[in-house]
Structures are given as structure tokens and as C-alpha cells.
Design a protein around this ligand. Structure first.
Ligand SMILES: *Cc1c(COP(=O)(O)O)cnc(C)c1O
Length: 411
């Protein structure tokens, strides 16, 4: 997608608008599958929570992907997008036994990450095969908010609890058909990942009926020039070798599974906003846009860096700007950024806006959520309408306080 195509989309569909490039999603999917081509059975389950629009899910279905879901509603979205239950894995955390049973009843592969729930589920449904989520206690990435494999994490069953886990399986006679880990959202170092995988292989040997091993995700994509990116080709080669060797030892061709979100959709996304005003203060120049953390929360929530470019004036001289939103909170998208000269009315583009952007949007300040557009085969397709005032009022119940009868009762 080039800048003039993006600008046309902003003109046609208005702003703010999320735009996703289907070609980039496809090429990332192919990069991942070809990195692991020496593995006989490979399964990619796209993590729905990164970007959950039904047309995006349908696109993944055409690519041959399965999906990874974390709520019953994501399971239902997947079914509505045409996935079969067996193409769906349900990997929730902290949900009720009830919700897990609902997913299992649909025929979805369930993944349990808690011994209490495992024992209850196995007791009631010993015939339903279950995957278990292991916490290998590996810290991948630097930010403790997004590293979910370490010791204080709420995710997974600790490797130190394996003896208890095995006792539950023996007592309930349930079947464990998969083991899983997800070490966090940013793998900086392939060696850290390979180290965690060794722990998972060691653990896997203790389960006799496995069909798959799921290595989760956490693949890093570049957010700015010079950023480290997971070398997927190198990881693919090294992990494939280890996996194939493990299968030999285990005596069975298992399926190698992954569940990436960010890697598949982050770079495909562009978020286009309109500059409402350029405001000069005593210390800085603010560019104020028609959005805020109601539409894109990552910079404020995680301190994430999103590149911001001025697609209305790509040749303008560069100046320094602090790009902020229009909601009544501090909503700084980028501090002191060098951007081609910004004029009121220009369209700015945020890059890497595919993963965890629209899916985290809210109606804070009673603003509408943005529209979403999919760029596919050189054509822009609207895949979500911009909200209207009816959406804001929907589900709200207005009490009529002037009701006479009630007034009399009060007397
Ligand atoms: C969020 C999540 C993913 C996807 O992580 P990315 O960093 O977006 O690739 C995969 N697996 C599980 C269990 C998750 O919760």
C-alpha cells in the first residue's frame, strides 16, 4: 500500500479509519509457514484478540490458518467466520469452568492453565482431550507487563507443579493431547525461545498421548527503523530441527503449533487521522488529531512506539511535533517527533496499527469507534462501518424522572 492509496481511502471513508493490507497479512503468513517447512505437520492458529474483524478472520481461513481464541465470544466469531470447531483452540485465562465446558461442547480444542479447573473438568468430562498450558518460567523480553512466562505470572501451570498435574490425570483418567506455552509478547532473543522449548520438550516426554506441541507466540516485529525483529527464518530452522528430533524420540509425528497475533497483522495496519489543530505553546508544537486513546491506546498503555507520518505533505520540510489526541486526558501518541510539516486538515498515518489497536478501542468520551477498511486485490473494502449516535445510546436505558405516579409515591 502506498501513501496516495491511503490518502484516497481517508478521502473516501473519512477519518479516523483503520486500513489493513491483506497482501501483507498473506506474506507474513507465508513467511512463517515457509520458515517451518521442514516440519511435516505445522499448524498456525492466528490469535484473534490482536485484530478480530470477521473479514480478517475469513481471510485467515482462506490461507489455511486456524485460530486461537481467549473468550467464548471469540470462539463464536470464529464459527461465524466459517472456521470449523476443530480449527479453533480456546486458550483462556481465569475464566469459569462453565465457559470452558461451553467451548468443549462445541468441539473446540480446549487449553487449560489451572490445576483446579483441570481437576474439575477431568472429573466431569474424562473423555474430552485437553491441552495444558505450561509456564516454563522464562522471561522473554524486557517489560514485565508483557512477559507472561516468568515466575510471578498468572498464566500457565508451573513446571514445578508437574507431579500434581500427573496425579490429576491419573485420578481422572483424562487425556492430554497437547502441551502449550506462551512466554510473552516480545521475543528479543531466539536463544531464550529455544531454551523455553527445551523445557517444553522435557515436559512433553511425561505425556503419552500427545498430538501436538504449541509454542505460543511472542514474535517481535519492527516498530521503528533499527528495531530488533525476531529472525523467524533462523528460529524456524533451529526449532524445526529440535522438533523433528523430539518426534523421533517420542515415536510419533506430532503437530507443531503456533498462535501468533502481532507477527501476522501488526505491520499490515495503518491508522489514519485528521489534524484538527496545530497548537503552539511556550515549549512545543502540538498536532491535535481526531482520535485519542479511545482508538489507539498502545502508546499510553504500554509506552509503545508507533511511527507517525504526514501523508498529506510527504515532501514538506521536517519539523518537530508532539502528536496528541482530542480526548480530555493526556493522550500523547508521540513526543517530539520529526514529521514533514503539518498543516491543519492534513492526514497523519500511524504505522503498525494492525495488532492490538482497533481491538482495544473504546467509546470513551462518547466518541464513535473508527471505521475499518481492508485493502485487497487493489481495492478498498469497508469491513466495519463507523459508529453512529445510535450505537452510543444502544443498551442504555433512560429513566423518565418526570413520571407523575412516581412523584406522587415520593410524597
Ligand atoms: C495474545 C496471545 C497470543 C498472541 O501473541 P502475539 O504477541 O500477538 O503474537 C498467543 N497466544 C496466547 C495464549 C495469547 O494470549
Amino acid at each position: 500500500m502506498n501513501e496516495s492509496q491511503l490518502l484516497k481511502i481517508a478521502e473516501e471513508f473519512g477519518s479516523p479509519v483503520y486500513v489493513y493490507d491483506a497482501g501483507k497479512i498473506e506474506s507474513q503468513y507465508k513467511r512463517l509457514t515457509s520458515a517451518f517447512k521442514s516440519v511435516k505437520h505445522l499448524k498456525i492458529n492466528y490469535a484473534v484478540k490482536a485484530l478480530s474483524n470477521i473479514s480478517i478472520l475469513k481471510l485467515f481461513n482462506t490461507l489455511g490458518s486456524g485460530i486461537d481464541t481467549v473468550s467464548m465470544q471469540e470462539v463464536q466469531l470464529g464459527l461465524a467466520a466459517g472456521f470449523k470447531p476443530e480449527q479453533i483452540i480456546f486458550t483462556p485465562n481465569g475464566v469459569s469452568l462453565n465457559e470452558i465446558e461451553e467451548a468443549a461442547k462445541l468441539g473446540v480444542q480446549i487449553n487449560i492453565d489451572n490445576l483446579s479447573i483441570l481437576e474439575q473438568f477431568g472429573t466431569k468430562h474424562p473423555k474430552v482431550p485437553v491441552c495444558i498450558r505450561i509456564n516454563p518460567h522464562v522471561m522473554a523480553g524486557g517489560n514485565s507487563n508483557i512477559s507472561v512466562g516468568h515466575i510471578d505470572s498468572k498464566f500457565g501451570i508451573s513446571i514445578h507443579q508437574i507431579p500434581h498435574l500427573l496425579r490429576i490425570i491419573e485420578n481422572t483418567k483424562m487425556t492430554i493431547n497437547g502441551i502449550h506455552m506462551h512466554t510473552g509478547s516480545d521475543i528479543l532473543d531466539i536463544d531464550v525461545f529455544l531454551y523455553a522449548s527445551e523445557i517444553l520438550f522435557e515436559t512433553a516426554k511425561q505425556f503419552k498421548n500427545l498430538e501436538f506441541i504449541d509454542f505460543g507466540s511472542g514474535f517481535k516485529v519492527p516498530y521503528k527503523p533499527g528495531d530488533i525483529e525476531t529472525n523467524i527464518e533462523e528460529l524456524g530452522q533451529k526449532l524445526s530441527d529440535k522438533f523433528n528430533a523430539f518426534c523421533k524420540e517420542y515415536g510419533k509425528e506430532l503437530t507443531l503449533a503456533f498462535e501468533p497475533g502481532k507477527f501476522l497483522v501488526s505491520e499490515a495496519g495503518h491508522f489514519l487521522v485528521h489534524v484538527n489543530s496545530v497548537k503552539q505553546t511556550t515549549s512545543t508544537v502540538f498536532a491535535q488529531v481526531d482520535s485519542g486513546f479511545n482508538h489507539l491506546i498502545r502508546p499510553m498503555f504500554y509506552g509503545s512506539h508507533h511511527e507517525i507520518i504526514n501523508i498529506s505533505n510527504p515532501k514538506g520540510r521536517e519539523r518537530f511535533y508532539t502528536v496528541v489526541g482530542y480526548i480530555c486526558e493526556t493522550d500523547t501518541f508521540g513526543n517530539n517527533r520529526r514529521i514533514n510539516e503539518i498543516n491543519e486538515g492534513d492526514i497523519l498515518c500511524f504505522k503498525n496499527a494492525g495488532a492490538y489497536c482497533f481491538s482495544m478501542a473504546s467509546n470513551y468520551n462518547s466518541r464513535f469507534k473508527p471505521a475499518e477498511v481492508l485493502w485487497h486485490n487493489n481495492k478498498a473494502h469497508l469491513i466495519r462501518k463507523r459508529e453512529t449516535f445510535d450505537d452510543i445510546l444502544n443498551n442504555q436505558i433512560a429513566i423518565d424522572f418526570s413520571n407523575k405516579k412516581e412523584k406522587e409515591l415520593v410524597k
